[in-house]
Design a protein around this ligand. Structure first.
Ligand SMILES: Cc1ncc(COP(=O)(O)O)c(C=O)c1O
Length: 464
């Protein structure tokens, strides 16, 4: 049957069966490690996503260098997923390897500040244009603390986000729309999460205004460009309206650059010149060593974390906002962050990677045009996304309608079987600062071969 995507569904099913068999035949060692792991870890993985994010059994990884990594069966993969953007520095970037080695040798955690923390905070302040910074171990925790600060300073509870968002696995952000209703996104969450969160469609200024009107929203949390349902660009004027409406409603604004920071040196907020009260980052800022951070204005910092903090006493109700954790801002993470930000994620590295991003997006676009499939290709600097509709989605609702999970799963599997680690279903391919022209050309060539096979059933590509 011909589908909306232009690819016949029987073709997808037939190719999927063949590719799954090929995958199983080539991953015997991963399969056997997984069987062993099942005795000590549910589903045979140390963290459930390592199984649930993929449409095939988990691959056990061994080593990585630059733009590639190897698995335990000896396959090498060109990495276009980058560990969900956290590998944007490339695998094993030398400055970070050296900084982490030095730091471990000299003590990695003291529950005390060190000079690296100042350098990282100064650097982030200059790069993301907010003066005051705090650190966590992940972007989830950075968003969690920002939400708490906004709630405390406004005396309100509701967090407003955009349909199709992902801001980490903290309770306040894990809601989705079911029709018009907001429901918990996953199991194990209190029913109360739905009363504390509101979702509207990205780019819908009228919907945003209506959702802010009750003046009960503490914070709007959004990415500058949505990245977790493909690439959804802000319509002209949307961000200006968002800033104006949040100010008018007495609501704080937080821009989550955890993914979109790969788009431009100063993040996409810098690219668009956006003003914000908070900005959160994580993942790539320390080359995948756990480090999250949030920036805030002087005014927010002074009101939320005033000088002369509270002295802890046993059994005390702590008169501060609930932030912090024992390992947050540990010396190892700060050393990794310093090396990654100042020596790897440089303006020159971004210039080069963005050029490669354009080469990749153009190549993918040409392959789509050559196949005559009714697809669109969007680009955010180093990152691209191919959508199965003639024009890019403007919001999460449209993105879901346009997608075809079976086709996307097949494409990923086909790529894996040919040495390309394609991104998850919600993202598209990304070029890291360690990729080069040959990497991009290899990706584009394989993408073209795949489209050729999808649209010409008589051609069967079984080449490695
Ligand atoms: C935009 C955004 N914010 C926050 C997060 C949470 O990051 P982490 O899982 O590292 O805490 C993610 C993860 O995908 C994300 O995409």
């Amino acid at each position: 049957m011909q589908t909306r995507t232009g690819v016949r569904s029987e073709r997808v099913a037939a190719m999927q069966a063949r590719e799954l068999a090929r995958f199983a035949a080539g991953h015997a060692r991963s399969a056997s490690l997984r069987e062993r792991a099942k005795a000590s870890m549910p589903r045979g993985v140390p963290m459930s996503w390592m199984e649930s994010l993929y449409e095939y059994p988990p691959v056990f990884a061994e080593t990585g260098a630059g733009s590639r990594f190897r698995d335990v069966d000896g396959h090498e993969y060109l990495d276009m997923y980058l560990g969900d953007m956290s590998g944007f520095c490339g695998h094993a970037p030398v400055p970070v390897v050296e900084a982490v080695g030095r730091r471990m040798a000299e003590g990695n955690h003291f529950l005390l500040p060190g000079e690296d923390a100042i350098v990282v905070a100064e650097h982030l302040a200059e790069r993301y244009r907010l003066p005051q910074w705090q650190f966590t171990l992940s972007a989830t925790q950075a968003n969690t603390e920002v939400i708490r600060i906004a709630r405390q300073l406004t005396g309100r509870e509701v967090v407003l986000m955009f349909d199709g968002k992902y801001h980490g696995h903290g309770d306040p952000t894990l809601v989705v729309l079911e029709g018009d209703r907001t429901v918990p996104e996953l199991q194990g969450l209190p029913g109360s999460v739905t009363g504390q969160a509101r979702l509207v469609q990205f780019n819908d200024v009228a919907g945003l205004e209506a959702a802010l009107a009750p003046r009960d929203v503490a914070l709007v949390l959004t990415e500058p460009v949505m990245t977790n349902v493909g690439i959804i660009e802000p319509a002209p004027g949307f961000h200006a309206a968002l800033r104006e409406l949040t100010r008018a409603a007495g609501t704080f604004l937080a821009l989550d650059e955890t993914h979109s920071l790969v788009g431009a040196y100063g993040g996409m907020a810098g690219e668009f010149g956006l003003a914000t009260d908070f900005l959160t980052v994580g993942k790539a800022i320390a080359a995948g060593v756990p480090l999250g951070a949030y920036g805030m204005t002087e005014e927010v910092a002074a009101r939320s974390l005033p000088a002369g903090g509270h002295q802890l006493a046993m059994g005390d109700a702590f008169a501060e906002i609930a932030t912090g954790g024992t390992l947050f801002a540990n010396a190892l993470a700060m050393a990794a962050g310093r090396a990654a930000l100042t020596e790897v994620l440089t303006p020159q590295a971004f210039d080069r990677a963005r050029e490669l991003g354009t080469r990749m997006a153009d190549g993918v676009r040409e392959a789509v045009a050559a196949s005559s499939l009714p697809w669109n290709v969007a680009q955010m600097g180093t990152h691209a996304y191919y959508g199965f509709a003639p024009v890019p989605a403007r919001n999460g609702a449209e993105a879901r309608v346009n997608d075809d999970p079976d086709l996307r799963a097949l494409m990923r599997l086909w790529m894996v079987n040919r040495g390309v680690w394609e991104s998850g279903w919600w993202l598209g391919p990304t070029v890291s600062v360690a990729h080069d022209e040959a990497d991009v050309d290899e990706y584009v060539a394989k993408f073209g071969e795949l489209l050729d096979e999808l649209t010409h059933p008589q051609r069967e590509n079984t080449t490695p």
